[in-house]
Design a protein around this ligand. Structure first.
Ligand SMILES: Nc1ncnc2c1ncn2[C@@H]1O[C@H](COP(=O)(O)OP(=O)(O)O)[C@@H](O)[C@H]1O
Ligand SMILES: O=P(O)(O)OC[C@H]1O[C@](O)(COP(=O)(O)O)[C@@H](O)[C@@H]1O
Length: 314
C-alpha cells in the first residue's frame, strides 16, 4: 500500500478572470473546486494509475466534508484523522498569469496529532508512506521527525515532499525520493541557482544528506534525477500549459508508483515527468491515458557518472 499523509489539506478554489482589474470589481469567467493538498493530489494520481493508495492526514469542518465526499466519488480510500478545526481553502487565481493564495491551515490539538502518529503503528515493511505539503502552524516543529521515526520503526519506506527545516530534519532517515523544484532547492540551501552546474552541485548535496534519490524539477525545462549511480536529465514534452497546480505532486506519484512496481529508477523518472507534464497540460490532475501517451515522448539523458564518488573528490 502507498499511504499519503497530507498534514494540511485544502480545497483548491480555481478562479478564472480573463481580465483582472486590481482594486475593482471583477466577475469570474469560470470557477472550479478540487479536493487538494499535496498528499491528496498524490493519492489521486496514484489511484488514476491503478496503484493501491490510502490518503491520511488531518481533516475537519465543512471543507473537510467536501474533500471526503470528492474522494469517495472517485473511490479513493481514505483514513483521515478528524480535527475540530476547519480545513483551509487555497485560492488559485488564473488571469494573465497564475496567482496562488494559500491558507495557513487550522489548529491541530495535541490529541489529534497523537492520533495520526498512532495510525502509523499499522504500516509494515511492504508499505511506502509519502508525506507531502506544508505543516499547519500549530503542530510541533519536530512533527516530521516524529512521523519519520514511526515509519522507520516499522520498516516502511518513505517519501518526503516539503520545504525548509522540515525537509532537512528527515533526510537522515533515507527517504526513497525528495523532489524540490529549483526555487525550493535554492531556498533550502540559502543560495541563488544561476546555472545548471549550480543545480547539480546542490542536487548532489541532497544525496549526501541522506536521500536515496532526488529529483529537482524545473517546470518547462524538465527535471534532473540524482542517484548514486549517476545524474540524468529528463526533457518535458511540449504542450499547452493549462493549470500547473499539482504538477509536482503528479511527479511524486509517478515516481513512487513506478519504482514500487519495477525498482527501475529511470523508468520511474520517465513516469514522473510524464505525470507532471500531463497534469500541467490538463485543467485538473492528469488522466492515466494522457500520462501513458506522454511517457513515450520523454527523452532521458545521462549527464554524469557516480554521484557519491564525485562528491568525495570535492
Ligand atoms: N511548461 C511546462 N511544460 C511541460 N511540462 C511542465 C511545464 N511546467 C511544469 N511541467 C511539468 O511539471 C513538473 C513539475 O513542475 P515544477 O513547476 O517544476 O514543480 P512544482 O509543481 O513542484 O513547483 C515538471 O517537471 C514538468 O514535468
Ligand atoms: O503544485 P504542487 O506543488 O504540486 O502542489 C499543489 C498543491 O499544493 C497546494 O498549493 C498546497 O501547498 P502547501 O501544502 O505547500 O501549502 C495545494 O493548494 C495544491 O493542491
Amino acid at each position: 500500500m502507498i499511504y499519503t499523509i497530507t498534514l494540511n489539506p485544502s480545497i483548491d478554489y480555481v478562479v478564472q478572470v480573463n481580465q483582472l482589474n486590481l482594486g475593482e470589481l471583477n466577475k469570474m469567467d469560470n470557477e472550479m473546486m478540487f479536493a487538494g493538498g499535496k498528499g491528496i493530489n498524490v493519492s489521486r494520481v496514484l489511484h488514476e494509475l491503478a496503484y493501491d493508495t490510502t490518503a491520511l492526514g488531518f481533516l475537519g469542518g465543512f471543507t473537510g466534508d467536501f474533500i471526503v465526499e470528492a474522494l469517495r466519488e472517485k473511490s479513493i480510500q481514505t483514513k483521515f484523522t478528524p480535527i475540530q478545526g476547519a480545513t483551509r481553502i487555497n485560492i488559485k487565481l488564473k488571469a494573465d498569469s497564475e496567482t496562488e493564495v494559500n491558507g495557513r491551515g487550522p489548529g491541530i490539538l495535541p490529541a489529534e496529532a497523537d492520533s495520526l502518529l498512532h495510525q502509523l503503528e499499522h504500516v509494515t515493511n511492504h508499505d511506502t508512506v509519502i508525506i507531502s505539503g506544508s505543516t499547519p502552524p500549530s503542530l510541533p516543529n519536530d512533527f516530521h521527525k516524529q512521523l519519520a521515526d514511526q515509519i522507520a520503526a516499522n520498516g516502511a519506506s518513505f517519501v518526503i515532499d516539503t520545504t525548509g527545516e522540515a525537509l532537512k530534519s528527515v533526510l537522515g532517515y533515507r527517504p526513497l525520493v525528495v523532489k524540490p523544484n529549483k526555487e525550493e532547492l535554492a531556498e533550502l540551501f540559502g543560495v541563488t541557482l544561476r546555472h545548471q552546474d549550480d543545480v547539480i552541485y546542490y542536487g548532489k548535496q541532497l544525496l549526501d544528506l541522506g536521500a536515496r534519490h532526488a529529483i529537482v524539477s524545473m517546470a518547462g525545462e524538465g527535471a534532473l534525477l540524482f542517484t548514486e549511480e549517476g545524474i540524468y536529465h529528463g526533457q518535458t514534452p511540449r504542450g499547452q500549459v493549462k493549470n500547473s497546480v499539482g504538477a509536482g505532486d503528479s511527479m511524486i506519484a509517478g515516481f513512487t508508483g513506478k519504482f514500487k512496481e519495477t525498482a527501475d529508477v529511470t523508468e520511474a523518472f520517465r513516469m514522473s515527468l510524464a505525470a507532471g507534464s500531463a497534469t500541467a497540460f490538463a485543467d485538473d490532475l492528469a488522466k492515466a491515458e494522457d500520462i501513458f501517451q506522454l511517457q513515450e515522448k520523454i527523452a532521458i539523458t545521462r549527464i554524469s557518472g557516480k554521484v557519491k564518488e564525485e562528491n568525495h573528490e570535492h
